[in-house]
Design a protein around this ligand. Structure first.
Ligand code: KG4
Ligand code: ZN
Length: 345
């Protein structure tokens, strides 16, 4: 019945991050330090994340970030209640760096180690930022994941929908690449789309009308490629029109898929008077998508909860928080023998 404070480490992709988060006995979270070092510049030239470069960069900056987080939070290692590190899913080289660092710190301090599932971090963030109660619905849309998750409790999740091919962020990135837009593609496509006519190129709305709330984006990307080839050589206006059409098809697909999940939530939890739909992941930065989901949520009587972008994208505060939540309900810490998992549903 006291405040707990956790150091979190995140290295599953191309962000090196360290954070210190406290949790009050009543379940209120406070971020005492939250440091993210983005490797974007290192990977931009390759048009995507290069795993070997990512892992080496994590090695070279993580120690300093951990130290900086502790200084910013004004806390000694000895005063922590636990060390949390992302153990998967993600790029295994990077996961090894973060998890081994977490293990080393846990070993020398004698503090418990929490090996956290990155997706659980995303799933619980809305409780840190908005104090949300269970259950709620989560839409996770990032470069690596596209999932609808029912969050019933800490460690209690049901995946209702997922992508059967590309992740949404990946689809934005690939679409940008084929239109010669810079990496990362999401912001570039969004920017180009603002001056585009979404109606000029008719594109399919993936999986529209199918019964399960799954996603598919590779066919849409192919349709963009075909339209681009037919219209070549492309003017700036052509590119803008294609981006606008792509974004509109994505939004229509998300709206159609989310309807199913929102209805299902309603029928499973009729007693839930103020149900919430939480969005997380880098693609949640997209304004058109937010507007669509906002309309979709309020139309179904849901409140749309969008944590600040810095906490929607990869960070270590969510990893520390997930550990604090586990500790609070008495879930056991992890063994120092635990191995990172590239795949971990
Ligand atoms: O969550 P995130 O930072 O990293 C992981 O994938 O874990 O997400 C990055 C993804 C990239 O694919 C990027 O293109 C996409 O999010 N993204 C966007 C926007 N900003 C970032 N997609 C669409 N619109 C945006 N404004
Ligand atoms: Zn992520």
């Amino acid at each position: 019945d006291r405040e707990t404070t956790i150091l979190g480490i995140e290295t599953s992709c191309d962000e090196t991050a360290a954070a210190v988060v406290a949790r009050s006995p009543k379940g209120q979270g406070t971020i005492r330090a939250d440091i993210v070092y983005s490797q974007l510049d290192l990977h931009a030239a390759y048009g995507g994340v290069v795993p070997e470069i990512a892992a080496r960069s994590h090695v070279s900056v993580l120690d300093r970030l951990v130290k900086k987080a502790l200084v910013e939070a004004d806390i000694e290692l000895s005063a922590l209640d636990g060390i949390a590190a992302t153990a998967g899913p993600g790029l295994v080289g990077g996961l090894m760096v973060g998890l081994m660092t977490g293990k080393a710190l846990a070993l020398v301090t004698g503090k418990p180690l929490y090996a956290i599932n990155h997706l659980e971090g995303h799933a619980l963030t809305a409780r840190l930022t908005d104090g949300l109660n269970f259950p709620y619905l989560l839409l996770l849309v990032s470069g690596g994941h596209t999932q609808i998750v029912l969050v019933r409790g800490v460690g209690d999740y049901r995946r209702w929908g997922t992508t059967i091919d590309d992740a949404l962020g990946e689809a934005f990135d690939k679409t940008a690449k084929l239109l010669d837009l810079p990496y990362p593609g999401g912001p570039a496509v969004e920017r180009a789309a603002t001056s585009g006519d979404p109606g000029r190129f008719p594109l399919p709305v993936p999986l529209k009308g199918t019964a399960e709330p799954n996603f598919s984006f590779s066919g849409l990307k192919t349709a963009v490629r075909q339209a681009a080839e037919a219209a070549a050589p492309l003017s700036d206006q052509d590119v803008s029109d294609l981006c606008a059409a792509f974004q509109r098809a994505v939004c229509r697909s998300l709206a159609d898929r989310m309807q199913i999940a929102l209805r299902r939530f309603r029928s499973q939890y009729p007693e839930c008077t103020q149900p919430a739909l939480v969005i997380a992941g880098g693609v949640a930065a997209n304004t058109a998508l937010r507007t669509t989901l906002d309309a979709c949520a309020s139309g179904a009587g849901f409140r749309l909860v969008a944590p600040p972008i810095a906490l929607c994208t990869d960070n270590a505060a969510m990893i520390a928080w997930a550990a604090a939540e586990r500790l609070a309900i008495g879930l056991p810490a992890d063994s120092l023998d635990i191995a990172p998992r590239a795949r971990w549903p």
